[in-house]
Design a protein around this ligand. Structure first.
Ligand code: ATP
Ligand code: MG
Length: 428
């Protein structure tokens, strides 16, 4: 006779149920937190930050008097007035109108291609998404036209731009249909954000199923070029932009490889800790292998315009950080960005409000911490901006050397298609 096992059994359905309950409970808490943030402000999504006239004056290098004069002359629409008669601050759209008026848009020139860049490392939590969001906003604030593509099914970048990935976002609104060959291009997925000149392609958890699809289909007839599919999709929309920032998934998978295949510039965030340094070293070895095999498949060498390492989450003066960052400087030399992406309470505080530091109009706690953080971020992305400008310059020089006269090139502005934001503006 069989003896009954006295131990309690774990049925798989119970386990699934309890895991499901954890998912539901955490979603409820997060939703409550989110609603609390927005309800407190009386809004239902992120609001674009605005700029005082002295901030605008610094951004476009014009005096406040010059700006007011242009408004009086009817060349610019002045900000609306509040009930107390004081003027509202300026929106980024108004700042960009000034840049148009004074021919100060900093984007690419005639014949230049948009630059695609990503902060990528096969290590979780090193700051990839945080860097991508701040970088996209840095460029948008400077007047560039930016497309931010969220390729990470965790969707933290999408949430930073007010998208509730699993509640309000249909799977068809992400890259998934395109990566599964159900859409011709990626126009359908582009949406405007609360930042003027910054459009987003969002992600949600379902995007992960593209990994299985690509893995299962990559060897099939007609699918040989699966690795270039994302790159081709970007090509179908990039005329409307100067900069494309791509937030990659953390793991080495089919989507991460597709992102690598799409890039002009790669920046690898590495915290100054020995395991992270080692992980970045392995990332470089893997990159060489991937570039070699992609090059063989394409029959031409794969090249990037720049590959840099940025120290991420760095705390100045912390002994271990200084030690490892010294080792990294020795190993990477000029390939290490001069400015570190500092660890800052301001970044954490902004994130807990579903925002970035560039979204904030002022300090969340200490004014000094806020200023230090903004200065440090501006230094990192200022270096990235110089790299982008240098790529355009080098390519222009190459075109001149190879005899392509500028007048033969299509004008960038003439070739540009309207961005999602421009399309969403009703004609008056
Ligand atoms: N410089 C920083 N200072 C303080 N906190 C930071 C900083 N950078 C990132 N964080 C925080 O660290 C956490 C992980 O950052 P983030 O999501 O950007 O990393 P990631 O590399 O994209 O992660 P994943 O691999 O999961 O995609 C977030 O909570 C973020 O707010
Ligand atoms: Mg991320």
């Amino acid at each position: 006779m069989a003896v009954e096992d006295p131990r309690p059994t774990l049925s798989s359905s119970q386990t699934l149920e309890s895991i499901g309950a954890l998912a539901t409970a955490s979603e409820r808490v997060i939703d409550g937190l989110r609603n609390a943030v927005f309800d407190e402000e009386g809004i239902d999504g992120p609001v674009a930050r605005t700029y005082t006239i002295s901030e605008v004056s610094r951004m476009i290098n014009r005096t406040p008097e010059g700006i007011r004069k242009a408004e009086k002359a009817g060349k610019l629409t002045p900000p609306a007035k509040r009930e107390n008669g004081r003027r509202e601050p300026y929106t980024l759209a108004q700042v960009n109108a000034m840049r148009e008026l004074w021919d100060q848009r900093p984007g690419r020139a005639a014949g230049d291609q948009p630059i695609r860049l990503s902060f990528q490392n096969f290590k979780g939590g090193v700051g990839k998404s945080t860097l991508c969001c701040h970088c996209a906003q840095y460029f948008a604030r400077a007047g560039y036209r930016v497309l931010l593509i969220d390729c990470d099914s965790q969707a933290s970048t999408s949430m930073t731009f007010g998208v509730r990935p699993d509640e309000e976002l249909a799977d068809e609104a992400t890259l998934l249909p395109y990566l599964q060959n159900e859409a011709e291009d990626i126009h359908y997925a582009i949406r405007p954000t609360h930042w003027d000149g910054l459009d987003l392609i969002p992600a949600n958890l379902e995007l992960y199923s593209a990994e299985y699809f690509l893995a299962a289909n990559s060897g099939m007839p007609g699918q040989e070029d699966w690795l270039s599919r994302l790159s081709n999709g970007i090509e179908s929309v990039e005329d409307a932009y100067d900069i494309i920032v791509i937030d990659p998934p953390p793991a080495l998978g089919m989507i991460a490889l597709s992102v690598l295949r799409s890039l002009d510039g790669l920046i690898i965030p590495t915290p100054p800790a020995i395991y992270d340094f080692h992980s970045t070293s392995s990332f470089f070895s893997m990159l060489v292998e991937v570039m070699e095999s992609v090059g063989q498949a394409l029959g031409e060498p794969v090249e990037l315009d720049f590959v840099k390492v940025v120290l991420s989450k760095h705390t100045s003066g912390r002994q271990a950080h200084e030690f490892v960052s010294g080792l990294m400087a020795e190993a990477f030399g000029n390939n290490l960005l001069n400015a570190p992406f500092i660890a800052s309470a301001e970044i954490d505080n902004a994130a807990s409000l579903w925002q970035t530091v560039y979204d904030l109009g002022g300090a969340t706690a200490s004014r000094q911490t806020y200023k230090r953080c903004i200065t440090a971020l501006d230094e990192v992305f200022g270096e990235v901006e110089s790299l982008v400008q240098a790529v355009w310059q080098n390519r222009r020089a190459e075109r001149t050397l190879s005899g392509v006269a500028p007048e033969q090139e299509p004008s960038a502005s003439a070739a540009r298609q309207p961005s999602a934001q421009e399309e969403s503006i009703e004609p008056s």
